[in-house]
Design a protein around this ligand. Structure first.
Ligand SMILES: [Zn+2]
Length: 130
């Protein structure tokens, strides 16, 4: 008795990749949550003397720092939302389909970004609108 080497691959490619994707998305999600927690931690900045900054300059530096931190936080939060969305779609079975037109998102795009929510066409349309 020999097993048939040509086992027909009838299962959905998303189902086959589902477990792997789930872990990939989850580990990225954890990384981001961790990074966000670190960002939110109050920084203990000792303003030890030495180089004296003018109040104006110090304010501008603080503003800039706040701004970059806020920008970074926003990026992380957006990414987190995108991953949550992808995990939701993975659970509901609609993963891999464009959230806008319902078209299948190419495997190549999902390989680059497993959290991709839109097909190349919709993404391009959104990008060029700016
Ligand atoms: Zn689309």
């Amino acid at each position: 008795m020999s097993a048939n080497p040509n086992t027909p691959a009838t299962d959905n490619p998303v189902d086959r990749k589902g477990g792997h994707l789930w872990h990939q998305l989850h580990s990225e999600r954890e990384d981001i949550s961790e990074a966000l927690l670190k960002e939110f931690q109050p920084r203990l900045e000792s303003q030890s003397g030495g180089q004296e900054m003018s109040t104006d300059e110090a304010l501008r530096t603080a503003d800039w720092q706040r701004l970059t931190e806020k920008w970074h936080r926003t990026l992380l939060q957006e990414r987190l939302l995108k991953i949550d969305d992808a995990l939701d779609r993975l659970m509901s079975g609609s993963y891999g389909n464009c959230s806008r037109c319902g078209r299948w998102i190419e495997d190549t795009k999902l390989a680059v970004d497993p959290a991709a929510a839109f097909c190349v066409y919709c993404w391009q349309r959104m990008e060029t609108r700016h």
